[in-house]
Design a protein around this ligand. Structure first.
Ligand code: DC
Length: 223
């Protein structure tokens, strides 16, 4: 048994995972790692490089040229791709549209999981994603699996995206989320699923403060 604490948070897209993960990390003074940002940064590299996602030899070679780093400021995700700050760009639609396909590639997952496990080796961390409690840290101290009504999730994401994408529609966001859910849950490699020992947190009717209080009450016995 290791002497540090790992909080694993998995769930569907736009379920409030990162809101909860950041708030928990801040409250507990743990490191926060947004594993989705890593897949997004890899997707951005492939988009820019026009990498053929079926060319596995090229992908393996490209992964050696991709260096990701997190810089935590105020528990916001700041990620660099080969020393370039890409935190904003990885949230834009071109990356959102291509990231699930990138996250389904065996070589990509193998490399990301290795890097994520390294981050959790010696420090107290909160990590959110899709396979954290199942594949990355099957022995995590505590696991949460988050869900929410798909319509509520689409509305939340729409509000986030709309200021910077004035032409975007709620329907488009809803479809994009449904497509990602489908890809994330049906892919062959580490599909999104609840670990048997994960606590289910449905936050359709919860405020961020309410979900934080619930999660804290679950984590506190382990502190
Ligand atoms: O959480 P997010 O929307 O930023 O994740 C981006 C994509 O990466 C999404 O399609 C799911 C995938 N992902 C994954 O497969 N495994 C993770 N641990 C985190 C994200």
């Amino acid at each position: 048994m290791s002497n540090h604490i790992i909080v694993a948070i998995d769930g569907y897209s736009s379920c409030g995972k990162s809101t909860l993960a950041k708030a928990l990390a801040k409250k507990l003074n743990f490191i926060y790692v947004d594993s989705g940002a890593m897949y997004r940064a890899v997707a951005l590299y492939f988009l820019r490089d026009k990498t053929d996602l079926k060319d596995h030899a090229k992908i393996t070679a490209a992964l050696k040229n991709i260096h990701l780093n997190f810089h935590s400021r105020d528990y916001q995700t700041h990620i660099t791709l080969n020393d370039e700050e890409v935190s904003e760009e990885i949230r834009q639609m071109p990356v959102s549209d291509s990231v699930s396909a990138v996250a389904a590639i065996h070589e990509v997952r193998k490399e990301m999981v290795k890097q994520q496990q390294r981050m959790g080796r010696s420090k107290n961390i909160v990590m959110d994603g899709r396979d954290i409690g199942t594949t990355v840290f099957p022995n995590a101290t505590i696991k949460f699996f988050m869900t929410a009504d798909p319509k509520v999730r689409a509305e939340r994401r729409f509000k986030e995206l709309q200021p910077k994408n004035p032409d975007i529609t709620l329907e488009y966001v809803f479809e994009n989320l449904a497509h990602r859910d489908y890809q994330d849950t049906t892919r062959a490699e580490s599909p999104l699923r609840r670990a048997e020992d994960a606590i289910i947190l449905d936050n359709t009717d919860l405020t961020p403060d309410e979900q934080l209080l619930f999660a804290l009450s679950m984590v506190e016995p382990f502190l």
